[in-house]
Design a protein around this ligand. Structure first.
Ligand code: UD1
Ligand code: CA
Length: 455
């Protein structure tokens, strides 16, 4: 094996008692993605050749989100981090270098992990532990150094004495080991401590006593190594990720009016010269091309929006919107909707599973479902596609340049031909041929002197 190569073990078997949740801790999302996926991504981007995940609590649930090439192993009982690593013994070659990560540290960057692996290989040691100085080290294992400043041992918060509790240098839970040394030492770890658990950090003094070299590598940016044990810490991690994403976007030419009130997932793409107004959530793999004005009050999940579109107070999910489109306010665009260029969608509109042709106008108060609408169609205010007969859904087709009068019902399946007109208030149950006018409503009758006679 070449010198800088390594494989990774991610610990993800714990329940996360302090989260008070039915969901395994590592599945709680940060920046729109489960924590464990973020950890695995960082490992892979840093060059990990194989990722092994230790599963336990909620095993089936966690398995579902893992990338395909992940190797998993079960820790039946959660007897501690040392015991967890031991479960992977048969999946590791003695000559491997093993990076150990916890599934609850979602802010890691690949750069930091690369820096750590480089230091480990350069130091030629059996084990390295990544440490950092935390302003508030509560809950973390403390790094105890001897008089020469060398790592002596790690003491868990719950086992620490008063003097040890004042130490601000903590164990990040990130280690690199020579596999043979790691598994030999793990066999010797006991559980005589406050939690009755087999602690992984206890291998360090065991290796040291056996005459092997160990090293603590200090990292400056403690934020990257934050471990999430509670909902409070989860919200802090979320805020950090959000800030990072907003910063990147602004650096690359996006205006964000109020970053503190803008929530953009890490995998979102926004091109330069977009303006994002407050109270906006942009989620999943959403892509927004240049020059768009988004918000206030939008939520997009997995949406693609063409250049120079303007969208306010809109919830759109799993749909595509073209260029120079205006949408909103108060619009719901539902899955499988494709909106072509230069379309105008006005206020209080719902569009579902439909194709809307170029230059078409849907100005106000309509429901458009399961429809194929051509180019330059005008849908009058209050138009409804009656797509459901109580058992199945049917499609409505409207050809180019048609004009649908206000408050019409189009009872599907039905087709309105090219350039056809529909009189306001019609309930259309039969196809309308091209260039014809369809009126389907009671004729108006005026009764003279009715009011006087009634008196
Ligand atoms: C651990 C470290 C602590 C360090 C901190 C960094 C130990 C004993 N303590 O503490 O020194 O400062 O991480 O964040 O290692 N897990 C299993 N199986 C188990 C127990 C835990 O897979 O039997 C997993 C958990 O799912 C979690 C990770 O290991 O992803 C860490 O466990 P956790 O209980 O959060 O450890 P900490 O108390 O945070
Ligand atoms: Ca933790």
């Amino acid at each position: 094996m070449e010198n800088n190569n390594f494989i990774t073990i991610v610990l993800a078997a714990g329940k996360g008692t302090r989260m008070k949740s039915k969901l395994p801790k590592v599945l709680h999302k940060v920046g729109g993605k489960p924590m464990v996926n973020r950890v695995l991504e960082a490992a892979s981007l840093a060059g990990s050749e194989k990722n092994i995940v230790i599963l336990g609590f909620g095993k089936e649930m966690v398995e579902k989100v893992l990338p395909e090439n992940t190797v998993t192993v079960l820790q039946k009982e959660q007897l501690g981090t040392g015991h967890a690593v031991l479960q992977a013994k048969d999946l590791v070659n003695p000559e491997d270098t093993v990076l150990i990560l916890c599934g609850d540290t979602p802010l890691l960057s690949p750069e930091m992990l690369k820096h750590f692996t480089t230091a480990h290989h350069k130091n030629k040691v059996a084990a390295s532990v990544l440490t950092t100085v935390m302003p508030n080290p509560t809950g973390y294992g403390r790094i105890v150094r001897n008089m020469n400043g060398l790592l002596q041992k790690i003491v868990e918060h719950k086992d620490a004495n008063i003097a040890e509790l004042t130490i601000k240098e903590v164990n990040t839970g990130i280690y690199l080991f020579n596999a043979k040394s790691l598994f030999e030492a793990l066999e010797k770890v006991g559980n005589d401590n406050a939690q009755g658990e087999y602690y992984l950090p206890d291998v360090l003094p065991i290796l040291h006593d056996a005459g092997q070299k160990i090293e603590a590598v200090v990292v400056d940016d403690y934020e990257e190594t934050l471990g999430i044990n509670s909902r409070l810490q989860l919200s802090r991690a979320e805020a950090i990720l959000r800030e990072r994403k907003n910063y990147e976007l602004m650096r690359d030419g996006v205006t964000i009016i109020d970053p503190a009130n803008t929530y953009i997932d890490s995998d979102v793409t926004i091109e330069p010269d977009c303006i994002i107004y407050p109270s906006t959530w942009i989620e999943g793999k959403t892509i927004i091309h240049s020059g768009c004005e988004i918000g206030p009050g939008c939520r997009f999940s997995d949406v693609e929006i063409g250049a120079n579109s303007t969208i306010s107070f809109t919830y759109a999910h799993e749909c595509r919107i073209g260029k120079n489109v205006t949408v909103g306010p108060y619009v719901h665009l539902r899955p499988n909707t494709v909106i072509s260029d230069n379309v105008h969608i006005g206020n209080f509109m719902e569009v579902k599973n439909s194709n809307i042709g170029e230059g078409t106008k849907l100005p106000h108060l309509s429901y458009i479902g399961d429809s194929d609408i051509g180019k330059k169609v005008n849908m009058g205010c209050g138009t409804i596609t009656v797509n459901y007969d109580g058992k199945v859904k049917h499609r409505t087709t409207i050809a180019d340049n048609a004009f649908v009068g206000c408050n019409s019902n189009l009872v599907a399946p039905v087709t309105v031909g090219e350039g056809a007109y529909i009189g306001a208030g019609s309930t259309i149950t039969k196809d309308v041929p091209a260039h014809e006018l369809a009126i389907a409503r009671e004729r108006q009758k005026n009764i003279p002197n009715w009011v006087d006679k009634r008196r």
